[in-house]
Design a binder for this molecule. Sequence first.
Ligand SMILES: [Zn+2]
Length: 511
Amino acid sequence: MRFRNRSILLFITALWLGGCSGPPALRTLAQDAVAAMGGAEKLQGVKTLAMKGGTGTRLRMGQMVKATDQENPAQLKDVVDIVDLGNGRASLDYALQLGGFMQHRHEILTKKGDKSIGIEIVGTRPIIATTPGGLFSWGTQNSPEFLLRRNVVTIALSAAESASDRQPAIDKELNGKMYKYGTAQTKSGEDLGLYFDPQTRLLAAYEVIDTESILGDVPAQYILSDYKTADGLTLPHHITVRKGGKDYSDVQFVSIAVNDPATEQVFAIPDSAAEEADKAAAGDEYSPMKIVKVGNGVYHAVGYSHHTLIVEFPQWLALVDSPYTETQAKVLFRAIQEQFPTKPVKFVAVSHHHYDHIGGVRTSAAMGATILVEKGNEPVLRPLLEARHTHPQDELDKRRNSQPAQQAGAIEVYEGKKIISEGGQSLELYPVSFPEHVDPMVLAYASSARALFQPDLYTPPAAANGGPPAQHLLQALKQLNLRVDTMVGGHGGIGTFADFLKAAAPAASSN
Ligand SMILES: [Zn+2]
């Protein structure tokens, strides 16, 4: 009884406080935060934000040697993050360094007419266009679309609109400091947790569920600091993102330009990608894809930068790798259905657990394929296949959660070598440790064409010195006693074994 009376008393007090002074209602805090940033009118007038000169770090790239290893952060430099709130466009431009790997990358979500399309510019590769789901980023976010949904102006405005004027804020700690905390919604109805700084009244952090292409639904935390004046607004210049309780990205920007007309040019479609941009704007899903014959019953499905091996059996097909994005996987399966209309994809084997080579595996499972995973790759692949993907919902999540649930392919874990054979065709899978890149890497051998497929160790058809990974690969092929005629790349193209031998020869000493 005592407790019951006490809770009634607390309830009445809360109502009274909500109506009068005392702990401020959440809406008041959210409106104060908007006022501290420059006011609702000015924030609503923001069309473009260009955050420039960023330096920092990025994790959750999935480039570990073993699937269970801790990740090392990549360094981000020259980061320029741009959002165009008026037109639903965004751009992630940055230089990335991870150990000895360096790449300048630029992913752009833009418009062709009223259709959203993606433009991808990576190093010196040809510039390509895709539908938006084909974009994959190692910048501050998983894709430019996230910048649009998670930028501070959009979040602050939706908090001020959706926060309750009845809900009193509670005190909550974050990183050793006390904040006023409460909940609201984004424009699309996602739940937001909001931390307001009681001294500055600014929005110090917010929490939301992010659907990451590999990690699936993860609780994400955006910590906003170093608020400074930029074109009459007060905006955070330091943004720290944590996902699933782990560091994700952390970038300090030098400056932010608001509504700068010069920002426009980043969204222009480059001439060299104009033809592809038309395709991306016309079809349902588009990313570059062509199927090339390797030899008897063996094909190479060539995407933008990450490729697939197709092995044809009498009744069905087996693939090795379904890389990059859900969009690429959809385009891959469409191309396969056109070329092999009577043959379902029965198996998709995974070469290794690096995120850039497994982004289409969930889609492959949704298409009914059994996903063949060597035990060493399981710690990444099993959670990838089991995760929820709700916002937006992907094909696998849709199938599993429809009423009644629809059939989808399952994971099949094997240990050591695995050989699939039927009707004179065989696909042989050999896990080998390559500690210079990944452990294990599953080398895939298609017997009918004497073709060997692997990504990342050697890129066919190069004959130039391939360094230790190529030498190590040659050693492994000798130990496995495989008779190889043709090398097929998870990157690059198709090459002869003779050229691979040149690439795998020890470097001649130059002095
Ligand atoms: Zn790799």
